[in-house]
Design a protein around this ligand. Sequence first.
Ligand SMILES: NC(=O)c1ccc[n+]([C@@H]2O[C@H](COP(=O)([O-])OP(=O)(O)OC[C@H]3O[C@@H](n4cnc5c(N)ncnc54)[C@H](OP(=O)(O)O)[C@@H]3O)[C@@H](O)[C@H]2O)c1
Length: 340
Amino acid sequence: MQRCFDLAALGEGHTAPNPMVGAVLVYEGRIIGEGFHAEYGGPHAEVNAVASVPASLRHLIPASTLYVSLEPCCITGKTGACTSLILKEGIKKVVVSCLDMTPGVAGQGVALLKAAGVEVELGLLEPQGHFLSRVRNHFVTRRAPYVMVKYAATPAGCFAPQPAARAWITHPYTQRLTHRLRSATAAILVGTQTALLDDPGLDNRLFYGPSPLRVVLDRRLRLPGHLKIFDGSLPTLIVHESEAGAKTHRAAYLQLPFDADLLNNLLAALYERKISSLLVEGGAQLIQSFFDAGLWQEAIVYTGSREFEHGLPAPRVPGVCVQTEQIGTDSLRRFVPHSC
Ligand SMILES: NC(=O)c1ccc[n+]([C@@H]2O[C@H](COP(=O)([O-])OP(=O)(O)OC[C@H]3O[C@@H](n4cnc5c(N)ncnc54)[C@H](OP(=O)(O)O)[C@@H]3O)[C@@H](O)[C@H]2O)c1
């Protein structure tokens, strides 16, 4: 199953809004085939695992065990149902890490296989399986993108220098990790002040894989056209309230009331666009509003070694730290909400 997880991760950044999935076929303790879901719309992990078995070993498939990180699907979407493939190949044992909560699957895939006489073992390395599939399962059950907040702070807990100025807090290695996060996330969001003061590109320049959809709040359409977000290099969505103001920059526009429901409405609008994950990168006010509304699933906080003489205090994460890691001179802490 660990091999399934490792294979699944090779699809990072390319499968959304589908999950990352890995599958391995094992005959008498030997892997005879393996595969992963490589891109949205492409064959599922089970299909690739079966297809990878060399012709000389195909006769072993019915006597093999299929390990798969997520419940096989039993519905026909962009590709055929994986349960049909398993039955067609005569596979008699399937080991699954966790359920796929997609409506129409959600236990039905396992039930269908069992009803057809396949031995199914569910729950192997289940916590790791849930972690791997957390974005997909959140997206389909909550009908909203999985929200990941990310920011950097100084050792004293500052977020930005005051008076405000563009300033790096973390090491270039950490910035590369941020770009990896961007490559794995469908959309990225920043507040108006961050767009104005930092002029960020909000793209993925430092890692493999795609860049996210850039989403920027600009209530009164005051952001000038020379900012990098308007360079036309990537799809960009400006969320605004006001009717007045020029909508002439290179971007798409989404008009929403800037009221207490703004964030919920924004997440709903992103869900409609099939955006399964959202990286909230700042500034402090925007991040605090996601924390206050309880609209976040995960927070990554990097602590760099740089200090500011005067600084804007970083938001406090209202959650529990579940992972710490040292990255050269920086540290990473991963938080989840208390309720998790
Ligand atoms: N340390 C880090 O990781 C990091 C990351 C990003 C940015 N920064 C720094 O953070 C500073 C900017 O932070 P900030 O807190 O001042 O600004 P911000 O959150 O980027 O932007 C604040 C503005 O965005 C709009 N806005 C934000 N949240 C909103 C919400 N929930 N509802 C409605 N409107 C919302 C409002 O614009 P209107 O006033 O037009 O309504 C608000 O004035 C900069 O110095 C930047 O360099 C640091």
